[in-house]
Write a protein that binds this ligand. Structure first.
Ligand SMILES: [Zn+2]
Length: 196
């Protein structure tokens, strides 16, 4: 498996394209190589970050627990977004703990939202239930906050590093949208329920 130091070389980025089974447009490959190279010249220790090519994946993500970028895409904007996550979380154990815990809570909250609402309909009076639901809606939005902030920051990093900022904005904003919907879903559900 490759790491970022490999991707910063012409040969490494070509190997990534081969492993993804995607046609390698020389200009795109050079953009990817240049972005990676810029980040690791600033932070040489990030050169060890693993890069896993996963053909067929129409997405990319960074897991800071095992310091691994997994990507199915040969796209400089997507790479810059993931590098934003790498830079933001590197050398910040406290920030990693924060993201990890809100991520865990947010997914637990996502799983619990509907059963919790049904439970409250069954067991609570209307006024008490509305009050509880409103509290849960607030807590859910707060838990989504750090995750969304991190996504926005990674996307801002992609835009800042881009030679075509409009293209990059169009590229990374829909991804941010998808993240927002899934992390805000519990909160949206609670807010709808409070109006029932
Ligand atoms: Zn992201």
């Amino acid at each position: 498996m490759a790491n970022l130091k490999d991707i910063a070389t012409t040969q490494g980025v070509e190997t990534l394209a081969q492993n993804l089974g995607q046609p390698s447009d020389a200009r795109v490959l050079e953009q990817i190589r240049a972005i990676v190279s810029k980040v690791i010249s600033k932070h040489p220790e990030l050169g060890k970050t693993t890069v896993e090519a996963r053909p067929g994946l129409n997405n990319a993500f960074y897991n800071f627990d095992n310091k691994k970028i997994t990507t199915g895409m040969l796209d400089p904007d997507v790479m810059a977004h993931e590098l934003g996550h790498v830079e933001n979380t590197a050398n910040s154990p406290a920030y990693q703990i924060l993201l990890r815990s809100v991520r865990g809570l947010a997914s637990l909250n996502g799983t619990l939202a509907i059963p919790a609402m049904l439970g409250m309909h069954a067991f609570m009076g209307n006024a008490a239930r509305k009050d509880a639901v409103r509290t849960l809606a607030g807590v859910s939005s707060m838990m989504a906050g750090p995750i969304l902030t991190e996504e926005l920051s990674a996307s801002a990093n992609a835009v800042m590093n881009s030679d075509d900022k409009i293209r990059t904005l169009k590229r990374v904003l829909p991804a941010f949208g998808a993240h927002s919907v899934s992390s805000l879903l519990p909160s949206i559900l609670y807010q709808i329920d409070a109006r029932l």
